[in-house]
Design a protein around this ligand. Structure first.
Ligand SMILES: [Zn+2]
Length: 181
């Protein structure tokens, strides 16, 4: 499958709901591997199916502090913390812009692994943040939907300007030390 193209905001596929994965054959493994490879090459720490045009309930997470990438199939958030925290988010589908997003401090998530085996995980800190961001992608929700309208307009204006320059100059600017979800 190799490297996958990452779809950017404006494409309707990012607004659709992903479907449940019913079979856990080699094609899911191949897809997950390709997603991990593509996420890493763009220096992202999370990537969801719709971002590569696949409307299936799958996302991958790769935190620098963890040895192995994580794969979540058919995830479902079953519990959320009362406490909410701000953290600056970015997204491979809205490259180059970042904003603080308020979300529950942790979530409990239920999902299946690559073999279809069910697991439950309390995701806190950075992991909790990425899991919530990626799970949103499976519902057609982007992080910009979760910030105040005024900030969103500003952010998308900046993004559109940057996107135009990028097409013109074909320059591919990598984010320095930021973590893109
Ligand atoms: Zn994203």
């Amino acid at each position: 499958m190799g490297m996958l193209d990452i779809i950017t905001i404006g494409d309707e596929v990012l607004r659709e709901k992903a479907e449940k994965i019913a079979s856990f054959g080699p094609e899911i493994r191949i897809l997950a591997d390709a997603m991990i490879e593509s996420m890493r090459s763009e220096r992202g720490i999370g990537l969801a199916g719709p971002q590569v045009g696949v409307l299936k309930k799958i996302f991958v997470v790769d935190l620098p502090e963890e040895q192995e990438p994580r794969i979540f199939l058919n995830p479902e958030i079953i519990e959320t913390a009362q406490e909410q925290t701000y953290y600056e988010e970015g997204c491979l589908s809205i490259p180059g812009v970042y904003e603080d997003v308020l979300r529950p401090a942790w979530v409990r998530i239920q999902a299946q692994d690559i073999n279809g085996k069910a697991f439950t995980l309390k995701a806190e800190g950075m992991l909790g943040r990425v899991v919530q961001h990626e799970n949103d992608h499976l519902q057609g929700v982007l992080f910009v939907d979760r910030i105040p309208e005024e900030k969103r307009d500003k952010l998308l204006n900046i993004y559109n300007k940057k996107a135009k320059i990028k097409i013109k100059g074909k320059s591919k600017s990598k984010s320095n030390n930021r973590r893109i979800l």
